[in-house]
Design a protein around this ligand. Sequence first.
Ligand code: IPE
Ligand code: IPE
Ligand code: MG
Length: 265
Amino acid sequence: MTLFPSSTQDIPSIGDVPKHIAIIMDGNGRWAKKRFMPRVAGHKRGVEIVREIIKACAERGVAYLTLFAFSSENWRRPQEEVSFLMQLFLRALDEEVAKLHENGIRFRVIGDLSRFDSKIVDLVRRGEALTAGNTSLTLTVAANYGGRWDILQAMEKMLAAHPEKRSGFEEADLAAHLALNYGPEPDLFIRTGGEQRISNFLLWQLAYSEFYFTDTLWPEFDATALDLAIASYRRRERRFGRTSEQLQSGGSRDQVRSSAARENA
Ligand code: IPE
Ligand code: IPE
Ligand code: MG
């Protein structure tokens, strides 16, 4: 069972500050190229921005931040770039986890870690254990993550948990086994770098997220840019299938809630 209401089954609570922000950090390579630097220089600068955005999210009361660091498709990149990214990940884990812990941040990694070096896996597991009790912000890094991989692995776990059952499953049965089963669905999805696609990120959980695309390249996405994204989020009306009138009539949330209850009855 998931702990949080699903956007397609119930109405999640909506706040001015998104409870969960998920980001595709894109544009590192192009940022470097514009400066006649190697692509990897963009990745290095990208890590600095990650620090700034984590801090900004914690300060703004965001409860969950999920960052796409390496997709299941990124292995297709040139070998040197993949190796550099792995080294960078290793170094960041080594240097940053203690600082995250000092700041009360809970650290998690989602993705298929079986392809990673054992040193990385070790640091990930230790970092997760060290920070497990922290409550200020939950930072999730998606590494060798793919939304379709996630749905498949969740389905296998769900079937294993109910060996006799062949039909009659509910969304919550599957959601309970998704890699991100410890958090609510993202309220706000941000993609930097100008592309307008999901690239196999959180396919299941983005069902009702608000999307924000910006041309700003990730190495230039600072706290001010984050605030613009949050301001855009705050201007939107999240209807979860209902009409605007339903939301605006008096006691709208209760009314919407009771209509949801009828629907689920
Ligand atoms: C995102 O930046 C970082 C990773 C995918 C690891 P890119 O490396 O995709 O940068 P562009 O899209 O080539 O500019
Ligand atoms: C998506 O970025 C993955 C990450 C940011 C880690 P890409 O730059 O690899 O995405 P596509 O392949 O261009 O869509
Ligand atoms: Mg890219």
